[in-house]
Design a protein around this ligand. Sequence first.
Ligand code: ATP
Length: 390
Amino acid sequence: MIEAYGLTKHYGAKTAVYNLSFQVRPGAVTGFLGPNGSGKSTTMRMILGLDTPSSGQVTIGGHTFRQLPNAPRQVGALLDAKAVHGGRNARNHLLSLAQLSGIPARRVDEVLGVVGLQDVGRKRSKGFSLGMGQRLGIAAALLGDPQVLLFDEPVNGLDPEGILWVRNLMKGLAAEGRTVFVSSHLMSEMAQTADHLIVIGRGQLMADTSVTEFITRNSVGFARVRTPEGDPAQREKLSAALTEAGGQVRTEDDGALRVSGVPLPRISDLAHGADVRLWELSPHQASLEEAYMRMTQGAEDYRSTVDQRSGLQEPVMAPPGYGAPGYGAPGHAPPGHGAWGYAPPGPYAAPPQAGWGPPPPAGPPAAPPVAPPAAAPVPPPADPHTEDAR
Ligand SMILES: Nc1ncnc2c1ncn2[C@@H]1O[C@H](COP(=O)(O)OP(=O)(O)OP(=O)(O)O)[C@@H](O)[C@H]1O
């Protein structure tokens, strides 16, 4: 189990991670999602003791990484697949890592086989493709047969077959009871791989939820409505009626209207009332990718001046009985989340943390983050082989 409490990291005036608290449990793949620059790698580096938190704490099995006895046997990580001595062959690279950690040499051939590099083990990694480099990095992470695994963007550069392989590998590792924490900025990939999601934006927690819950809650419904082609006046008339009825209306590239906030029968009635003929009236679900982009909208550092997402503003239509009254109504934003654009309410969303909220921290925050609990006791010297980081 990985546990973070009030984790915060400043680089000078830049706050990369702010007051982050979460748990990553064994027996599941936990996806770590966030836009570019949201603090995923910084968080992973702090978990691995490569960066020191400015405040807060993160532990693995109750110990900070530096307190872990024989850490390479307990925790494996792929952070930067390019961090390999290119002049060495793959096997020698792994052998040197194994020797440093007291791992038997035969394990090197085992992991080369697991990642499918057994035939190129004696080739220099300098000539490896991006995908082969990723596989070598994954082999290094698996070397100590650890119970806790961290992967930073493991599918970068992999072809579809490689992506499928990584997906199955992660699931297999979790099925063996290991703790698997995988960062990505691809919601679609995580939806297929992860059981649980931790979503961050600008270093702060935005959601901590199971994937099932995320899908259920974010299955945003909308209608596609088409009026006769060649008669834009009909479309404009209907668009005005739908807007007046409280709907959000957007014209799609093919000329159809995308309508949210108005149920299908009401759209039909409004069209009838406005004397507009319909060529199409169909229910749709927005993709998870769209839901994720809505959630992280406003919480990203880099955005093209030609932003494709101006049309993703529609609110979620709350399923019957769900959410606060009025949620889904035009202009409604959950309390405390307005300046972030969209963030869904409900049990799947991260509970507000002390210091949560706008503006995103540009420097050390005024409010002190949640104090971490007392440091975990340093374990007594033990046989590292019997230690279990779970
Ligand atoms: N060593 C550093 N010095 C200064 N700023 C840093 C340093 N490392 C990270 N940052 C900044 O902290 C923020 C978070 O970076 P981080 O690499 O953790 O994000 P990320 O979510 O992993 O991004 P990506 O998806 O692009 O890899 C960024 O604004 C980044 O520029």
